[in-house]
Design a binder for this molecule. Structure first.
Ligand SMILES: [Zn+2]
Length: 387
């Protein structure tokens, strides 16, 4: 199948400021020149905390490896079984696990031959340097290198994911920087795009390869497979296509002239968070609203509050002092109340566009997850009332 080379952000989670300053060091393999053991996976594997906050689900790592969040790991284990080994990662200097896994491709490909005039170590045989631009004498894995136009670096492989065993370095010496390349099938990259798993794109100076007919068929089939296995087709913190569609048509049919004097900016300033777009669309187009007989419970009425009536303080992290650990982890902002004391809160999180919705049960002083986001919450409110 067709493969392309992958690229992603240069802000690597496993490097200090610069790409050539990795924080997880490799042991030397050669006693003479000290050439590193490139296939060694340091344990624990540390990441720089501030860089782990990205809402992406894919990122490049050192040495032709990469990082995934849990949803993408599930996708890869289902669609490319045994093609990667996964390792948990920790915040630098701690034993606390991050939400990212290090993925190490299990298959490697020789991509080039190094210029024979470059001096080599007489113990391990590795060249002193191997600059991909000027010191590779022959490319072996690049069937359609296009020189800037056309489909870019397309190769053929029997694997969905693989990395180069060939390493590249600066022109001077491998100890300045050293890297390996990461490759993925065109069809898998496009499937990941379809399910909005972000962070990777094709390394090309031309137009990225689009999926051909056979690849498109595979993508459609495999998306069904993911659905059958209960894997979400969109990242948490965003709207699914279905919810977004439903919500737009709801807004359209319930839109009225909202004379909203409330200043979104002033609420966001007090909150120090951006409010989800779905919520702002609702309060500016539909305004405060009530839903009755929620979840088919007679008399269970919910009122969506006006912007100015949001409770920005009472349900925030640490305010509830609950016995339930999960409750205490919720950073709640109350946007809807009921007549019996329970209420609905967003769990506000800086790195997310859409917030998960929790139901606060006052009798138990605890939060229960209610909906994945505001649109899904309104969908649940609106459908529960009938009957
Ligand atoms: Zn050596």
């Amino acid at each position: 199948m067709r493969c392309i080379q992958l690229t992603g952000s240069d802000d690597r989670m496993d490097c200090r400021d610069m790409l050539d300053d990795p924080i997880n060091l490799l042991p030397a393999k050669c006693p003479k020149c000290g050439f590193p053991d490139l296939d060694h996976v340091p344990q624990p594997y540390f990441l720089i905390k501030s860089r782990t906050m990205s809402p992406n689900e894919l990122a490049k790592a050192e040495n032709g490896n990469f990082f995934v969040r849990e949803r993408v790991r599930q996708v890869l284990e289902l669609l490319a079984p045994s093609q990667c080994s996964f390792f948990s990662t920790c915040y630098k200097g701690t034993t606390e696990e991050t939400p990212w896994l290090l993925a190490v491709p299990n298959h490697q490909v020789i991509t080039a031959k190094v210029d024979p005039s470059i001096p080599r170590c007489d113990t391990c045989g590795e060249p002193r340097s191997a600059h991909p631009g000027s010191q590779f004498s022959e490319w072996l894995f690049y069937p359609q290198a296009s020189g800037g136009a056309g489909p870019g670096w397309t190769g053929q492989s029997e694997y969905e994911i693989l990395k180069s065993s060939t390493w590249g370095s600066s022109e001077i010496a491998w100890d300045q920087w050293i890297s390996r390349d990461l490759f993925m099938s065109v069809r898998l990259l496009h499937l990941l795009k379809k399910i909005k798993a972000k962070g990777f794109y094709e390394a090309t100076c031309g137009k990225p390869a689009s999926a051909d007919k056979a690849e498109s068929v595979w993508i459609r089939e495999k998306i069904q497979t993911l659905e059958q296995h209960g894997i979400s087709l969109h990242p948490t913190g965003t709207l699914s296509e279905e919810d977004a569609k439903w919500f737009q048509s709801y807004l359209k049919s319930h839109s009225r002239d909202v004379n909203s004097e409330d200043d979104i900016k002033s609420v966001e300033k007090r909150l120090k968070f951006k409010l989800p777009k779905s919520y702002l669309d609702f309060v500016t187009k539909v305004g405060p609203a009530s839903f009755e007989n929620i979840d088919a419970q007679e008399g269970f009425t919910v009122r969506i509050l006006a912007l100015g009536d949001l409770d920005l303080e009472g349900y925030r992290t640490g305010e509830l002092d609950s016995d339930d650990e999960e409750t205490n982890a919720v950073n709640g902002v109350m946007f809807a109340d009921t007549e019996h004391g329970d209420c609905f809160c967003f769990d506000v999180q800086k790195s997310k566009k859409e917030f998960q919705v929790f139901l606060y049960k006052h009798e138990y002083n605890c939060f229960e997850p209610y909906a994945e986001n505001f649109a899904a919450c309104i969908k649940r409110f609106a459908s529960g009332g009938i009957g």
